[in-house]
Structures are given as structure tokens and as C-alpha cells.
Write a protein that binds this ligand. Structure first.
Ligand code: PLP
Length: 381
């Protein structure tokens, strides 16, 4: 039976998978030890669980376990990668390249670094949301130390050509950081093949708990070093001190394991549902699909409803369907999405956009209901 409201905001966050919760529970109860307690079995049990989670996270992105640093989520991992990278390598140069449609966690960290003397180039995007490689190429300077380009965008799902970016970065001897918060667990990622030096991911986007994530830090070819941003007991190779969040880390590990196991079947099922939703709604007059449709995550579609007052449409839909106009972090902001504006959309078209984010627990029945409901609401305007 269809249960309302329907949740189609899986890019903002996902529910915890029951298997993930099951895996976590013992670490709140009898296995409560501190993973840094080396002298007794409570500590060893916790340490063993963290070790396993590190392997599970590493495996999802084809990295080595020793290259995984646990954090409180992607925002912290981004801060560590960008600030820690800048502070470590600023002797070599002060120039960073990023892109205007990055998440605020990247953009605001770059703004912070500019105040400390960094020079940041913000690449524009094309109408389909991708950057032009030739723009990246010409932005590279002799003092560029870091390129930060997200793998997939949180509002449109558009995937950047990270493999080309990685090889360009390698050729120019520049570190390449990618924010894979939205992409991890949804599409295959291979940090070796893509030439990625630093990558962040977050458990709550992949059916794990909130408040835990990871930063991949390359250890070979080249060995990447970062200045710690949180000092203390020297946990996580001194890069991120603080007692490890063992239940959260176990949850992240299990979430990664499940994603890896289910990815191909799950993404096909979700893609089919997304395509059905999109093609049905695109039949309505004035509906536009935002972003590149062939290089895109399987679970998201961002649609503009031209001629409809944006906020009104969203609030009508929100009565029974949880969707958003874009990033949750900026949902309190009345301005149209800066991501869509950067892609060249007029204010009113950007304002009428709705992001539909499907997920592991989305059903065909929910999609049918969404199609009917949105059609009815749209025709009522
Ligand atoms: N980067 C992207 C692309 C995101 O979508 C998000 C989440 O909203 C973040 C970073 C921040 O992640 P977290 O919530 O783990 O701090």
C-alpha cells in the first residue's frame, strides 16, 4: 500500500538501511570500546571493526585501506583536503582551480582560503552543467597546486569528466581533489583509473548514518600530505584527531559494502524509474530537463516548469511528496539556485526547478503517484 508522504529527496539525505543499522547496534552496546585503547579486548574489538570499515570504504573506490581518513562527513573532509592541502603546499604555489557549481562546502572553503592569501579560479560551466576541459587547461598556472572539481553535482546529478581532469592534473603535476559525496555508491569509482589524489564521501548519502564520512588521501604516486585541521591525540595518522566514532564508522563501512554489492542492479532499477518519471513529466508543456542527460547520476532528475510560480509549485507538491528545489543547505535561501543560474537559466526558469531524488527504497507505485500528482498540480496553474 502506498504510504504518504513519499520521500524523493535522496540527494539531501537517505534513510539508514536496516542492514546498516543492524551492523551498528552492537557498537552502541556491548562493543562500546575506544578504538585507540590498545591494552584490552574492548579496544581491540572496536579497532578491528574500524579496520574492517576502512577496508570496505577503500574497496568502494579502489583505494588502499591505509589511504582512508575517517571524518564527520564530507564538509569536514573537504575542509581538510582544501585547507590542509593549501597549508602543506603553499610554498609551491598559491593557486587553486575549482568550479562555480561546486557545493558550498567547497566554495566557502575556497573563499576562506582567499582570505589567507590563496588565489582561486572559479571555472564556469556550459549549459549542460559540465566544465570545458580547454577552460581548465588554460586556467592552469605554474603556481597551481590543487584542482577541486566535483564528481557529480548535488542539484542536477551531472557528472564531470573526472578521468580527463585527473590526467590533465597528473600531466601538470597538480593535486586533484574530487567531491564524490553524491557519486559514491551510485556509480563505479576507481581512484587509480581516474587519477584522483583526494576524494570525499559521506555516509548519510548512501544509506548510512549522519555525521560520518571519509577522505581518501593518496599514498603513492604521489604521496599526498595534508596539514591537520583538528589537532589532538594524533588519530587517523595525525590528520584528524579525536576519538573515532566507531558505530558511525561501522555504519559507513557497511553502507559502502551494500552499495558495492548492489550497485549495478540497483542503479538500473532506479534509472528506469527516474526515466519513467522524467519522460512522463517532460510531456507537460513548458517542462525542461536541466543538465546533461547522458553524463548524469541514475537517481536524479532536475526539471523546470516554465510559466509556473516556482515556490508555489514546490509547496503544493511538498504536501505529499518530499522534493526540493536544490541543495538542502541553501533551501532557506529565497534566491534561485546558483547552480542553475551558472548553467545560464533565467531567474524564473531556475526558480521553477524541482529536484527529484530517487533512492534504494523508492517504489514504482510511488513514481506513478508522483507522475499523477505533479501532472494534476501543474495543469491547475
Ligand atoms: N558535497 C556535496 C556535493 C553534497 O551534496 C553535500 C551534502 O549536502 C556535501 C558536500 C556535504 O556533506 P556532509 O553533509 O557530509 O557534510
Amino acid at each position: 500500500m502506498l504510504k504518504l508522504p513519499i520521500y524523493l529527496d535522496n540527494n539531501a539525505t537517505t534513510p539508514v538501511d536496516p542492514e546498516v543499522l543492524e551492523a551498528m547496534l552492537p557498537y552502541f552496546k556491548e562493543r562500546f570500546g575506544n578504538a585507540a585503547s590498545h591494552t584490552h579486548s574492548f579496544g581491540w574489538t572496536a579497532e578491528e571493526a574500524v579496520k574492517q570499515a576502512r577496508e570496505q570504504v577503500a574497496q568502494l573506490i579502489c583505494a588502499e585501506p591505509s589511504e582512508i581518513i575517517f571524518t564527520s562527513g564530507s564538509t569536514e573532509a573537504i575542509n581538510l583536503a582544501l585547507k590542509g592541502g593549501y597549508e602543506m603546499y603553499q610554498g609551491k604555489g598559491k593557486h587553486i582551480i575549482t568550479c562555480v557549481t561546486e557545493h558550498k562546502a567547497v566554495l566557502d572553503t575556497c573563499k576562506h582560503l582567499e582570505k589567507s592569501g590563496a588565489e582561486v579560479t572559479y571555472l564556469p560551466v556550459q549549459a549542460d552543467g559540465t566544465i570545458k576541459l580547454s577552460d581548465l587547461q588554460s586556467a592552469i598556472r605554474s603556481d597551481t597546486i590543487l584542482i577541486s572539481i566535483m564528481l557529480a553535482n548535488n542539484e542536477t546529478g551531472v557528472i564531470q569528466s573526472v578521468k580527463d581532469i585527473g590526467s590533465l592534473a597528473k600531466k601538470s603535476n597538480i593535486l586533484f581533489f574530487t567531491d564524490a559525496t553524491q557519486a559514491a555508491g551510485k556509480i563505479p569509482i576507481d581512484v587509480q583509473e581516474y587519477g584522483i589524489d583526494l576524494l570525499c564521501l559521506s555516509a548519510h548519502k548512501i544509506y548510512g548514518p549522519k555525521g560520518v564520512g571519509a577522505l581518501y588521501v593518496r599514498r603513492k604516486n604521489p604521496r599526498v600530505r595534508l596539514m591537520s585541521q583538528i589537532d589532538g591525540g594524533g588519530h587517523e595518522k595525525g590528520m584528524r584527531s579525536g576519538t573515532l566514532n566507531v558505530p558511525g564508522i561501522v555504519g559507513l563501512g557497511e553502507a559502502c559494502r551494500l552499495c558495492e554489492r548492489q550497485m549495478s542492479g540497483e542503479s538500473q532499477r532506479i534509472r528506469d524509474l527516474r526515466n519513467k518519471l522524467e519522460s512522463e513529466l517532460a510531456k507537460l508543456s513548458g517542462v525542461l530537463i536541466n543538465g546533461n542527460t547522458s553524463h548524469r547520476l541514475p537517481n536524479v532528475t532536475n526539471l523546470s516548469f516554465a510559466g509556473v510560480p516556482g515556490k508555489q509549485l514546490l509547496s503544493e507538491v511538498n504536501r505529499t511528496i518530499a522534493v526540493s528545489s536544490g541543495s538542502a543547505c541553501t533551501s532557506a535561501n529565497p534566491e534561485p539556485s546558483f547552480v542553475l543560474k551558472a548553467m545560464g537559466l533565467e531567474d524564473d526558469i531556475a526558480e521553477s526547478a524541482i529536484r527529484f531524488g530517487l533512492g534504494r527504497f523508492t517504489t514504482g507505485e510511488e513514481i506513478d503517484y508522483t507522475i499523477d500528482t505533479v501532472k494534476k498540480i501543474k495543469t491547475g496553474f
